[in-house]
Design a protein around this ligand. Structure first.
Ligand SMILES: Cc1cc2nc3c(=O)[nH]c(=O)nc-3n(C[C@H](O)[C@H](O)[C@H](O)COP(=O)(O)O)c2cc1C
Length: 202
């Protein structure tokens, strides 16, 4: 455990759970991930912000063996084994037709639907960015449940979109393995950029 920075109000254990000691898992135990756990994760991360409160993220929980097989077929070779064995796999996608919900979800400015999102390319750009933000929130939510996430973008996106989103209105963003970390779950920790390499002040 690292000494917590006094500038943070989040308690030190939560800082470690969500960030410092949380790792990207590559192996998992067999302990299942329940529907209740996923609901609790969603009920937390749904409050994190998106533009116009658009909430473009959609999540497909891959629970059947048949669906798992269909998904693994589209994963990069290096991602196949862990995607086959994780207790739960979630497909995170952007809903490019999120604007249909916008008047209800952003009642303060219902005109946003027609003003900004009448064209599909504008929707795809906004949905891709905002659902990716939500994917990040989702990973932190998984950690808040005491679970490890293994996010992946090594897959055939067109293949997954065709296989799981036949309506043509969704774009896969990431596939996330979820569970308790198993044996040798981590690759060596890679370095992180220092504050001064990332932050400038003008
Ligand atoms: C969007 C995203 C895509 C990733 N894609 C892959 C992947 O396809 N295969 C893989 O093994 N790891 C993948 N990773 C894992 C990253 O390499 C890992 O999270 C990063 O190196 C930090 O590792 P750490 O949490 O153990 O420090 C991905 C991570 C993210 C967030």
């Amino acid at each position: 455990m690292t000494i917590a920075n006094d500038a943070l109000v989040l308690d030190a254990a939560a800082q470690d759970l969500l960030f410092r000691e949380a790792r990207t898992a590559n192996t998992f135990t067999e302990e299942p991930v329940s529907e209740e756990q996923v609901q609790a994760i969603y009920d937390l991360v749904k409050y994190a912000p998106t533009a116009f409160n658009q909430q473009a993220l959609r999540v497909v929980l891959v629970r059947s063996a048949e669906a798992r097989e269909r998904l693994v077929a589209h994963m990069a070779d290096g991602n196949k084994a862990k995607t086959s064995t994780a207790p739960l796999v979630a497909i995170l996608a952007a809903d490019n037709e999120f604007h249909e919900e916008l008047p209800a979800q952003f009642p303060a400015f219902p005109q946003a639907k027609d003003l900004f999102f009448s064209e599909r390319p504008a929707r795809e750009k906004s949905a891709g960015f905002n659902a990716a933000l939500q994917a990040g929130y989702f990973i932190i939510g998984v950690r808040a449940a005491g679970l490890a996430a293994g996010p992946m973008t090594g897959f055939d996106a067109a293949g997954i979109n065709k296989e799981f989103f036949a309506d043509g209105d969704h774009s896969v963003l990431a596939v996330v393995n979820i569970g308790k970390p198993g044996a040798d779950a981590w690759y060596p920790r890679s370095p992180r950029l220092a504050y001064d390499e990332v932050v400038t002040t003008v």
